[in-house]
Design a protein around this ligand. Sequence first.
Ligand code: CTP
Ligand code: CA
Length: 229
Amino acid sequence: ERPDALPRDLEGVHVAISAGGTREPLDPVRFLGNRSSGRQGYALARVAAQRGARVTLVAAHTADLATPAGVELERVGTAAELRDAMHFVAKAADVVVMAAAVADFRPVDSAEHKIKKTDRDPDPVALTRNADILAELVAARRPGQVVVGFAAETGDGESDVLEYGRAKLKRKGCDWLVVNAVGDGRAFEVEDNAGWLLSADGAETPLPHGSKARLASAVWDAVAPSARR
Ligand code: CTP
Ligand code: CA
């Protein structure tokens, strides 16, 4: 889409977006990570800037993506770094979007030196929980601030993707939740996305199969009217 064809409905709005996958070090050369490419978060940042927003993008590990025009980029590595950066930028933001894939756990210890192979099996890696950044940002939310979360869900026998999304929206307490169906090559490392946009007021908008840019436009169509400016 050409920028001049887009509405300028985010003029005067400051948006903070996290993107990409965090990496939790085991030693100086190894980490626990995930498959997030950062593309959806970058698309949200690009479209928000095109629609007039001031955008701060906090990026963990991503594919080799160009920084969107007019977007202020800050790079982070671990969930702890992403947490600090998001709390800082959220203080001045009107809309906060947690599109990053944040590691739920990190190794209890990160070795100072590269772990050496020996002639026996290694000890199991002890993990501990990371803070839930989205839940913290919701708890710290200023009046009028809009908080958007993401959920990548796979369906299983017990509950479908939408049911999981509804439960997660309640649990997190955010204003909007973008629910993506994953598995079978969907969402991760691909150009296309599909899912639902769930609102805390109960509205459920299907997000049609399409590019991540299109999904980003659909999200901003819904969220922009509630963004304070
Ligand atoms: N999130 C976060 N901090 C974490 C984990 C997740 O801020 N430590 C955010 C993600 O950026 C996303 C939302 O919470 O916006 C949902 O992430 P998800 O992994 O789907 O939810 P979890 O609560 O971690 O639940 P689970 O992984 O068990 O489904
Ligand atoms: Ca998780």
